[in-house]
Design a protein around this ligand. Sequence first.
Ligand code: ZN
Length: 179
Amino acid sequence: MGKDTKKAHSKGGSIYTLAQSGTKISDTSPSFYEKLVYGMGTDGNNTKALEGRAKCKLITQKTMLQLIDVAKEKGAKDRIKSYWNAYYCQCNITSSNGRIYGKYCKTRFCTLCLRIRKATIINVYLPIIEQWENPYFVTLTVEAVKENQLKKWVDGFGIVFRKITGKYKKRAQRGKGKN
Ligand SMILES: [Zn+2]
């Protein structure tokens, strides 16, 4: 293993070094190219999963191009950068031993990364929710507001939501009511 490989492994352990090619350049060169990849990869033979990813990519890329135009109009440079990150998420992929590896953008705008985030959150919350006697799902909505009022409304939701959760947290700590 090369120097870079050792360094990568010491950081976490979720990085793998793959043999990209069996081509030997010269007698003094390594016997193969090395490339670092992250995560466990995706099964390259799982057509259904790959089709799902392709759909996500298509939706994300179409949306990002439109959002980039809006961000340009508003001069929001940071947003433009984030949108491009989402646009190029998983664009460069590496395959090895039937698995596909690529870098995830992890932005809030990427449908592919949001799908993964949702699954991660479900795995965390589901064991707790399953212990509840009668769980139910509530969605709170209001009518659409004008752009200049949006921040005020979003901030207001945050305040109200914290009040509600704070109230029930206190009740639970006192041993009254449900948590
Ligand atoms: Zn992404």
